[in-house]
Design a protein around this ligand. Structure first.
Ligand code: NAP
Length: 411
């Protein structure tokens, strides 16, 4: 499968590094290198990214294999000589590899684990998903993005302020896939005087940018003014983001996520279930498919989307305009005086026959994103649908998960 993140991978560099934990400082590499790219101080042997041409002449003579180490890094921000000379160990892999999410910083790994806890951890990605870049930017080396748009998505009199925020990365490589998250570093410090930890947001735009072929992405952010129990709470990152003005600079880490990714193969279908701002990855995937439609890509799209009222449903206007032969949209409103209270799980039951067809389709992939509280209701709805159609949800869910066809991300 072609990996379209390769569209920006020219901006990535496979940087040659030496493992300081294994290196015996024998000087063989420095003697061998025809470019004079290897140098050393009293502590480490290092490779100058400005000199190394990747000829690999140094690999075979190295007695330990310390020389044979590589990391994917943004081309304009390779590890400098000063950084390498200070290392006691190599940095974790910046892209998904054998280590996968294990390479994530502990606080991010804990958040990712929380998001997928309901299904027993992250499922494998769809077999045809593009290869994601992971953890390219860290709190000590964040990417700087400029706000190029901050648009209110909810009506002025709505009880929630949900915003569509566009971040432009300029000349900085920040490749993302639909379903991935990024971390925002709010300025300032927490109550203990420590820098704020990153807050995760799903990317709401497709891989080729909020504006196609621009190096930008969008987030869907709800201003947090109370906690899950209704107590007053001023969300640090959400308020920071919602108050940003065009031209402001934001520190961004990530990207993260190697599991909740969309399939790339033609004819694959998506069954999407979300509440509130959990719609962000669904917008990214839907928009990806909308842009690719002319090329004949994609099977069925079915969306179950829950919000309090139409005025609080992010992207309500654009969603309502999508043709029915492109996406089957099912909206559930829980606090709309004009209609009875409905949740996404009610609509899943109401559309049981079609939902069952998709669960049975080996090319259909299921995504659930939003409030943690929705997990139980959605799970019970799928179980009911299966029961009504002579299937067993517990075993089907296990099969879907193992095959990378069932993905949950809830907070
Ligand atoms: P919200 O406005 O509070 O709720 C959206 C809808 O979900 C409402 O209709 C609500 O009904 C309903 N709901 C509440 N409990 C439910 C349940 N047990 N089962 C089914 N539906 C239920 O949602 P929100 O504040 O936007 O929250 C979205 C969640 O998505 C947050 O937890 C956020 O962390 C998470 N998320 C956000 C992103 C992002 O990029 N921003 C990405 C991934 C996940 P009621 O009227 O009864 O409340």
């Amino acid at each position: 499968m072609p990996n379209e993140s390769a569209a920006v991978s020219g901006a990535m560099l496979r940087q040659h590094l030496i493992d300081p934990e294994i290196c015996i400082r024998c000087n063989t590499c420095e003697e061998t290198c025809p470019r004079g790219a290897v140098t050393h101080d009293a502590r480490n042997y290092v490779v100058d990214p400005g000199q190394c041409e990747g000829c690999n002449d140094c690999l075979a003579p190295c007695p330990t294999g310390a020389i044979d180490n590589w990391r994917s890094v943004p081309r304009e921000r390779p590890y400098t000589l000063a950084e390498q000379l200070a290392w006691n160990a190599l940095p974790a892999h910046g892209v998904q590899g054998a280590a996968g999410d294990a390479a994530l910083p502990p606080d991010i790994a804990a958040l990712a684990a929380e998001a997928t806890a309901g299904q027993g951890g992250a499922a494998p990605p769809p077999w045809s998903a593009a290869h994601p870049y992971i953890n390219l930017y860290t709190p000590d080396r964040p990417a700087l993005a400029t706000v190029s748009g901050n648009l209110g998505l909810t009506a002025a009199d709505a009880s929630a302020d949900v915003r569509h925020i566009v971040l432009d990365f300029g000349a900085t490589a920040f490749p993302v896939l639909e379903g991935q998250t990024i971390g925002i570093l709010p300025p300032g410090t927490d109550a203990d005087g420590r820098p704020h930890h990153p807050r995760l947001y799903s990317v709401a735009s497709p891989r080729d940018g909020e504006r196609p072929r621009y190096n930008n992405l969008a987030l869907t952010v709800k201003r947090v003014t109370e906690d899950h129990d209704g107590r007053t709470l001023r969300g640090v990152a959400s308020n920071y983001l919602c108050d940003l003005a065009k031209g402001d600079t934001v520190r961004v880490v990530g990207p993260y996520g190697a599991s909740f990714l969309m399939p790339n193969h033609p004819g694959s279908s998506l069954l999407m279930v979300c509440t509130g701002t959990g719609s962000a990855p669904m917008r990214a995937m839907t928009e990806r498919r909308r842009r690719r439609r002319a090329q004949g890509e994609g099977g069925r799209l079915m969306l179950f989307f829950g919000a309090r009222a139409p005025a609080e449903l992010p992207y309500f206007g654009p969603l309502s305009k999508l043709p029915a032969d492109f996406i089957d949209v099912n909206l559930a409103f829980s606090r709309d005086p004009a209609r009875p209270r409905q949740y996404v799980q009610d609509l899943i039951r109401a559309r049981g026959a079609e939902v069952m067809r998709m669960l049975d389709d080996p090319d259909a992939y299921v995504y659930v994103c939003g409030l943690k509280a929705m997990e139980g209701g959605v799970d019970a709805a799928f179980a009911d649908v299966c029961r009504q159609h002579g299937a067993d949800w517990a075993s089907l869910a296990a099969t879907l998960r193992a095959g990378g066809r069932y993905h949950v991300e809830t907070y």
